[in-house]
Design a protein around this ligand. Structure first.
Ligand SMILES: Nc1ncnc2c1ncn2[C@@H]1O[C@H](COP(=O)(O)OP(=O)(O)OP(=O)(O)O)[C@@H](O)[C@H]1O
Ligand SMILES: [Mg+2]
Length: 416
């Protein structure tokens, strides 16, 4: 049987051991604290790692979003540039066919792969395409509608296969863009056609106006001749008859009556001549433009006291009858306006025929025409002049200065 033997340490060894134990306990306690501190740090580190991981995920998402936004921005910019280019083309070019060809050429640069993109615009029976045009299976198409009817198409083709996207290899923004282009084209064509129609009807209106003026001149000429010849002759015959009567009548009372009748007939003859001349001055047909203008100015001077200064370079301006009549009528209207509206004392008329151009200038020292009175809806004098001058390929300037006067300048192309 084994018996436990009690070990006996010397008294100081026991003390020593106890001291060592205490030290060990203190050390363990401190170690425990260190471990707990480390555990705390570890926990914090874990937390930090978790939050960093979260930030990293957010960053990834953000980057993805940013990339998407950047892409959308780029596509939007391309779209904008495409529309901007189309408007630029419209501003610089007036010929519709050239506009469409220029548009077809700028379209590919706005698609995702410009180098392998080609396009074609079909409009009614016309075809416009890029130089590299070739039909492939990778196609996008949009209709062109004009006044609500399908009149053509805009087509885009990729010459090579590309990864699938929203619509085949095409992006959603490209669908929007092709739609935008075809709608813009429809509007451009509608506008151009409306402009052309307005231009044509304006041209027709001008031709009609000119024809009316010619007819009016012919009628005036006929009426003037008839009044002058027929009425004039009748009045002259009447005067002869009255003279015949006068010789045979001895009664003083009747004689007086006959005298006053003769005076009346003379006045009527004068009036008939004046009316006939105003309708169509014979002087214009017989002696030409310069003489007719001088005569007309003199008539006004007699009536109103307005003083005229008239210059012709060369002194006798000759041109075909048609143009002479037009110029005479224009000057007649300008002088009528001066009498009616200007309260002028002096008028200066200048006509200069040089280098196949006739310069006409009519200036007065009256009240001065007001800018917003020049072409009003109620008056046709100046508007008629403007239309005629434009019809004959000339230019017209009207300028007024308050209480200084009005100046009208016309330049007309004429044959030598
Ligand atoms: N020389 C002028 N000085 C000042 N105002 C003028 C002169 N000429 C024209 N005007 C102004 O310009 C307006 C337009 O002239 P316009 O000849 O077109 O019409 P109108 O003489 O009034 O009528 P009409 O149709 O019978 O000619 C006139 O009503 C007048 O107010
Ligand atoms: Mg007038």
């Amino acid at each position: 049987m084994k018996t436990h033997q009690k070990i006996l340490f010397p008294e100081n060894t026991k003390k020593l051991l106890e001291e060592e134990l205490l030290k060990a306990r203190i050390e363990i306690a401190s170690l425990k604290k260190t471990v707990s501190d480390h555990e705390k740090h570890l926990l914090e580190a874990h937390k930090k790692i978790a939050s960093l991981e979260r930030i990293a995920v957010d960053k990834k998402k953000l980057k993805k979003k940013l990339n998407l936004l950047e892409h959308e921005l780029k596509e939007g910019y391309k779209e904008l540039m495409c529309i901007y280019n189309i408007f630029n083309i419209m501003e610089q070019e007036s010929n519709l066919e050239q506009i469409i060809q220029d548009i077809v050429n700028v379209i590919p640069s706005s698609w995702q792969y410009p180098d392998i993109t080609c396009s074609r615009i079909m409009l009614e029976d016309r075809e416009f395409k890029t130089r590299n045009f070739r039909e492939t299976p990778y196609k996008q198409i949009s209709n062109i509608s004009i006044y609500g009817r399908n009149k053509g198409t805009v087509e885009i083709y990729y010459l090579e296969e590309k990864p699938l996207c929203y619509e085949g290899p095409f992006l959603k923004s490209e669908r929007n863009l092709i739609k935008g282009i075809s709608q813009t084209l429809g509007k451009i064509i509608e506008r151009k056609r409306a402009e052309e129609e307005i231009k044509n009807s304006h041209k027709k209106l001008q031709e009609l106006l000119e024809l009316l003026q010619v007819i009016r001149e012919e009628e005036r000429k006929d009426i003037a001749r008839e009044i002058h010849d027929e009425l004039g002759q009748l009045l002259t015959a009447l005067k002869i008859d009255i003279k015949w009567l006068d010789k045979r009548v001895n009664e003083p009372e009747l004689g007086e009556k006959i005298n006053s009748m003769t005076e009346l007939i003379d006045m009527t003859i004068q009036n008939v001549r004046r009316i006939a001349s105003e309708l169509r001055p014979v002087i214009l047909d017989d002696f030409g433009l310069s003489a007719a203008i001088l005569w007309h100015a003199k008539e006004i001077e007699k009536r109103t006291g307005i003083k005229f200064k008239i210059t012709f370079i060369p002194e006798d301006i000759t041109m075909d009858k048609n143009k002479s009549v037009i110029i005479y009528r224009i000057i007649q209207e300008l002088l009528t306006n001066i009498v009616r509206h200007a309260s002028a004392k002096k008028v200066e008329i200048k006509l200069k025929n040089k280098n196949n151009k006739l310069f006409i200038s009519v200036k007065d020292n009256g009240t001065g025409i007001e800018e917003n009175n020049i072409y009003t809806s109620k008056s046709f004098g100046l508007l008629g002049i403007k239309e005629r001058v434009h019809y004959w390929g000339g230019v017209l300037h009207i300028k007024g200065k308050h209480n200084i006067g009005t100046s009208v300048t016309i330049i007309l192309p004429v044959d030598e």
